[in-house]
Design a protein around this ligand. Structure first.
Ligand code: DC
Length: 226
């Protein structure tokens, strides 16, 4: 049987997980899976249905009628589909971040998405990023990294990223959003954000993107025979 390798990268919003995980996946020829995009798609479904993200029962009921799927385009970009519609760009809107963070605290949402995430690791060498990859989704991952940075630096990076994508943003609001999601994602009862057992903790405050990239590639190479 083919052995597939998995790398779990967890950490708070704006720590640079997606950018770095994507760069490392490209370099190593692994599949990159952004699990935040999957939660964002559920958040968008909840918003489109006009539901409050705090209404656990209504959200759990909605899950029975929605279909979340994903594929990769020719550039290797992960595209997300909600009921067959491409929502890849729409889920990046700042208000969807809050919906995603809120619905991700609902146990039914987490179990609804668990199998989809685990199945991806059965047939691919993958780098998966999120909040509970090393603790819940892939506890047997070959490499577990917990990526973090100061909240103000994370807000600055997220703000720059939004502007680069042509989405208008306000720094103070981005910081408020980051602090709200830190509390939400770390404080929830199910699968809270925390370093997995055996995770290597990497604080990227003050690092350039390429410094962090080199460190992560080195950690992966030291632990996986590639
Ligand atoms: O990584 P992101 O900012 O796109 O994620 C959006 C939200 O989804 C985040 O605030 C918490 C939630 N999430 C989660 O609970 N578990 C994951 N594995 C990934 C994301």
């Amino acid at each position: 049987m083919t052995k597939y390798y998995s790398v779990a990268i967890d950490g708070p919003s704006g720590a640079g997980k997606s950018t770095l995980a994507k760069m490392c996946a490209e370099k190593l020829g692994f599949l990159y899976v952004d699990t935040g995009a999957i939660y964002r798609s559920v958040g968008l479904a909840v918003k489109n249905a006009g539901l409050a993200s705090s209404d656990d029962a209504a959200v759990a009921k909605l899950l029975k009628s929605i279909k979340i799927s994903m594929n990769y385009d020719t550039d290797g970009l992960q595209r997300m589909f909600l009921n067959g519609l491409d929502v890849t760009d729409e889920i990046r809107r700042p208000e969807i971040s809050i919906y995603a963070s809120d619905v991700s605290a609902i146990p039914e949402v987490r179990s609804f998405l668990l199998e989809m995430q685990r199945n991806l690791a059965l047939e691919n060498n993958i780098i998966m990023d999120g909040r509970d990859i090393g603790t819940v989704v892939l506890p047997y991952a070959d490499v577990k990294i917990f990526l973090t940075a100061d909240a103000t630096e994370r807000a600055r990076r997220r703000y720059d990223e939004l502007l680069l994508r042509g989405i208008s943003a306000n720094y103070d609001e981005v910081l408020k959003d980051i602090e709200y999601r830190d509390r939400n994602d770390s404080g929830r009862a199910v699968a809270p954000l925390r370093p997995a057992e055996g995770a290597i903790i990497l604080d990227t405050t003050g690092n350039s993107l390429f410094e962090s990239f080199d460190i992560i590639c080195k950690i992966i190479r030291e632990n996986i025979p590639i």
